[in-house]
Design a protein around this ligand. Structure first.
Ligand code: NAD
Length: 314
């Protein structure tokens, strides 16, 4: 019997594809009326991971027919200079969404930047106005990663109402909005973090565990109740063969070792597949789980922003 018996995979690629197809269809419809939703992505400095993310956001826009613009600024850019760029983008009608890739260099006051984006164009959903609306359960632009997790859970018809959900991580980008979205769907939500006592024991009570921690394979089988739904938001690198053998299932080890040899690393989330697959009822893998959904939801948010902003002319 294979170790995977009993655990079904939450295929984020598949769900993301369906979302993107929906966006592309609507974008093409809008195109016939002369409206082309547009996204501006602002990258400050040379962070290699940020460059990869920005590149794939722009490529996805192109693939779905959205207008996109990449604005690359020097690492020494000041807060004032970046504010001027945001101000200009706020005023351009063909730009429906503005995304400032995080993290920003330390000299820039990130909070000021995020608050300067027109809330109507805030496709990351980080502006206080959108956060406030989301908390109240009003219509708003919602952060892409947690919104994508909800889409994935819905796609697989995972019941949320009344479920015990444990969110591990309390960042403004993932943990907090994730908890709020689950609450709005009537889950009983527990938010855990670095100071939580007996984390494994708390997590073991959950029907649904969302791991958004940034710690390589920290969540192991001890954190998971039999049959629980486990969503892994983390993105970490594993760069030794010993770690690959410790973290991945026997089935996956050969391909992961091959990748390690070729690229020098392989990606893993905050959940260790070796001890969780077989115990969980559902599991979202890394890669191929939450990652693709984040970009798909960014496209959907850009489309929504365009529809809301240009509603009168469409
Ligand atoms: P963050 O560093 O801002 O927050 C991490 C959270 O985890 C904090 O709230 C902290 O309290 C908690 N934490 C840290 N150590 C802990 C511990 N030992 N025990 C319990 N809790 C602990 O990170 P983030 O931005 O929320 O991202 C979390 C992870 O998700 C990262 O790996 C990040 O790369 C990944 N991520 C993925 C996507 C995606 O599209 N798949 C998007 C955003 C973030």
């Amino acid at each position: 019997m294979s170790m995977e018996a009993g655990t079904q995979m939450l295929n984020g690629l598949l769900v993301a594809e369906a979302i993107k197809q929906g966006v592309a269809a609507r974008v093409s419809e809008l195109g016939q009326r002369g409206v082309r939703p547009g996204l501006a992505v602002v990258l400050v400095g040379e962070n290699p991971a940020s460059k990869v993310y920005v590149g794939s956001k722009v490529r996805t826009c192109q693939a779905l027919g959205l207008f996109s613009e990449k604005i690359e600024l020097a690492a020494e850019t000041t807060t004032e200079e970046l504010l001027a760029v945001i101000d200009h983008l706020n005023g351009r009608d063909e730009i429906d969404g503005i995304l400032v890739q995080l993290p920003l260099p330390p000299q820039i006051e990130a909070r000021l930047i995020l608050e300067a984006i027109d809330p109507a164009k805030d496709v990351d959903g980080f502006h206080a106005v959108n956060v406030g609306r989301m908390v109240r359960g009003e219509d708003s632009l919602v952060p892409c990663t947690p919104a994508g997790v909800i889409e994935m859970l819905d796609h697989y018809q995972i019941p949320l109402a009344g479920a015990n959900a444990v969110v591990i991580g309390r960042s403004d980008i993932v943990g907090k909005p994730m908890a709020m979205l689950l609450l709005h769907r009537h889950a009983t939500v527990t938010i855990c973090h670095s100071r939580t006592r007996d984390l494994a024991e708390v997590s073991r009570r959950a029907d649904i565990v969302i791991a958004a921690i940034g710690r390589t394979a920290m969540v192991n089988g001890d954190y998971i109740k039999d049959g629980a739904v486990v969503v892994d938001v983390g993105i970490n690198k594993v760069s030794t063969a010993d770690d690959v053998r410790r973290i991945f299932t026997d089935e996956e080890i050969p391909t992961r070792l091959e990748e390690l040899g070729r690229r020098g690393y392989t990606l893993v989330g905050d959940v260790g597949p070796r001890s969780v697959i077989g115990r969980a009822g559902w599991f979202s893998p890394v890669p191929g789980g939450v990652g693709p959904l984040t970009i798909a939801m960014l496209m959907k948010n850009t489309l929504r922003a365009a529809e809301a902003r240009r509603g009168r002319t469409m």
